[in-house]
Design a protein around this ligand. Structure first.
Ligand SMILES: [Zn+2]
Length: 208
């Protein structure tokens, strides 16, 4: 039914039952190679300063990208007859090199029905998986203050010694600041070239 694709099979399990997202059950790799062309096309089509994207919908064992529904901040659990599992979006070169605090608060808000967020930034594809469904940020608080995580993120960025957004160290410093939230909220991270299977580089610790 799932065409022998382990990533699709895992996505289907994880959509049904969060236990499949538990750190003990996370796959080593997630493979979105067959979608690399769509992802790269979206990346190159994004005008400076914009973050184009679309929802990821699992239907009949395949991933669909309803582009007509692009750029909404939130999605219903079921879209066009399929299960909403998360989002894809791009950061053009003038945007953050990694998930920014607004991305993270959107991912973590309590009314987010998805558990997977893909980001294409600076030639790298990142996949964030919400491993622990019981750790979240109140949607009410995020709605009232979309910059909820901004302050903590800025503090973390300063702790890495970051001063110059144009400096060669900045992407790694920015990534480290974001990883603070990965550890705190038990998010898993996969990353790599969009033309290759993504390897898990951050595994949540802690129990639930
Ligand atoms: Zn973003």
């Amino acid at each position: 039914m799932l065409f022998g694709d382990p990533t699709l099979a895992w996505l289907a399990r994880a959509a049904e039952d969060p236990i499949a997202r538990h750190r003990k059950n996370l796959p080593e790799t997630l493979d979105f190679r067959r979608h690399a062309e769509v992802f790269l096309h979206t990346f190159h089509a994004a005008p400076p300063g914009t973050e184009l994207g679309f929802p990821l919908v699992l239907r009949a064992g395949r991933l669909h990208f309803p582009e007509a529904l692009a750029s909404q901040s939130r999605y219903q659990p079921y879209i066009e007859g399929g299960r909403f599992v998360g989002t894809f979006h791009v950061h053009p070169p003038d945007r953050a090199p990694f998930f920014d605090p607004q991305d993270l608060s959107g991912t973590l808000r309590s009314d987010n029905a998805g558990f997977l967020d893909l980001l294409l930034a600076r030639d790298r594809l990142y996949a964030l998986v919400r491993s622990n469904p019981y750790l979240y940020v109140s949607a009410h608080h995020v709605a009232r203050n979309p910059l909820l995580l901004q302050e903590t993120h800025a503090q973390q960025l300063r702790r890495t010694g970051s001063r110059d957004p144009e400096g060669p160290e900045y992407p790694e410093q920015y990534r480290k600041a974001g990883l603070y939230f990965f550890h705190r909220y038990q998010l898993a991270l996969y990353e790599g070239d969009p033309q290759e299977a993504l390897k898990r580089t951050v595994t949540p610790t802690g129990s639930w």
